[in-house]
Design a protein around this ligand. Structure first.
Ligand code: ATP
Length: 258
């Protein structure tokens, strides 16, 4: 079952064509790797997928919580559609604690009315307590429970990246977009993250698209790869096919030669 359909998608910034005529499909439950040299258009593609940018032309369609097209995207409603993401530059609330960061992720799913919040009705307390319990469970799974009261800013880089994923999961997405989840991690942290991503796909019944430069992670967990170069989708297929694709090799070697 296709959960994401991208048709002839383009995005230009003035004269710069960041994404050009990209068409692709993603099936439910897949782990997809989005790779390509620096400046290939990967982050712009994520920004289009999350409604931060409107396409110059073309269309994105989701069939997750509801069917919705990029013509109707509201960026603040992405979690409602079933999409959550993390960012290349970690975006945590640095001056809030670990558990508070996750609680914010639950915000969209809270099940009490404004009135019950204002008047502190039982429904409010029940919902808050359930949410807190869920946050604690999530932190436990992410091995962050002993740090729940630490400020986010005091966590190691690897812990911050995992906390950002935990917060994204709090929104109960069906599709998780990870922008360079292994950036800045050492090989041990990357290996642990690889296992964690596999595990969350199973546990949370997710479809995952990740942008990543770390080929060990990409080749290890991605079932299919999409390769971008200068805004174009130049190849797609199984990791072993991509590894031996002359056009992909040229795109990467070209970058190294610069
Ligand atoms: P990296 O791997 O380095 O993060 P990327 O593949 O994510 O790169 P993008 O960040 O999407 O690439 O950039 C694609 C192109 O679009 C680049 O030439 C970039 O300079 C340009 N670009 C991206 N965002 C904007 C913007 N808001 N305004 C103008 N140009 C932009």
């Amino acid at each position: 079952m296709s959960v994401l359909k991208v048709s002839n998608l383009s995005k230009a910034f003035g004269g710069i064509k960041a994404v050009t005529d990209v068409s692709l499909n993603v099936e439910k439950g897949e782990i997809i790797g989005l790779i390509g040299p620096n400046g290939a258009g990967k982050t712009t593609f994520f920004n289009l997928l999350t409604g931060i940018y409107q396409p110059t032309s073309g269309e994105i369609e989701y069939d997750l919580n509801i069917k919705v097209s990029s013509k109707d995207f509201k960026p603040y409603k992405m979690t409602h559609y079933g999409v959550a993401r993390t960012f290349q530059n970690i975006r945590l609330f640095q001056n809030m604690t670990v558990v508070e960061n996750v609680l914010i992720g639950f915000h969209n799913g809270l099940k009490y009315s404004v009135a019950s919040s204002l008047f502190r009705l039982p429904q409010y307390y029940k919902s808050e307590r359930n949410t807190y319990e869920k946050a604690i469970k999530l932190l436990d799974k992410f091995d962050l429970l002993d740090k729940k009261d630490s400020y986010a800013r005091n966590l190691s880089y690897g812990d911050q990246r995992r906390l950002e994923i935990a917060r994204a999961l709090a929104a109960e997405p069906k599709l998780l977009l990870l922008d360079e989840p292994a950036a800045g991690m050492n090989p041990k942290e990357t290996a642990e993250l690889t296992e964690l991503i596999k595990w969350i796909r199973e546990q949370f019944d997710l479809t995952i698209i990740l942008i990543e430069h770390d080929m060990s992670l990409v080749m290890n967990i991605c079932e299919r790869l999409f390769v971008f170069d200068y805004g174009h989708l130049i190849a797609s297929g199984l990791p072993e096919e991509i590894r031996n694709n002359p056009r992909v090799i040229k795109a990467y070697l070209g970058e190294e030669a610069n």
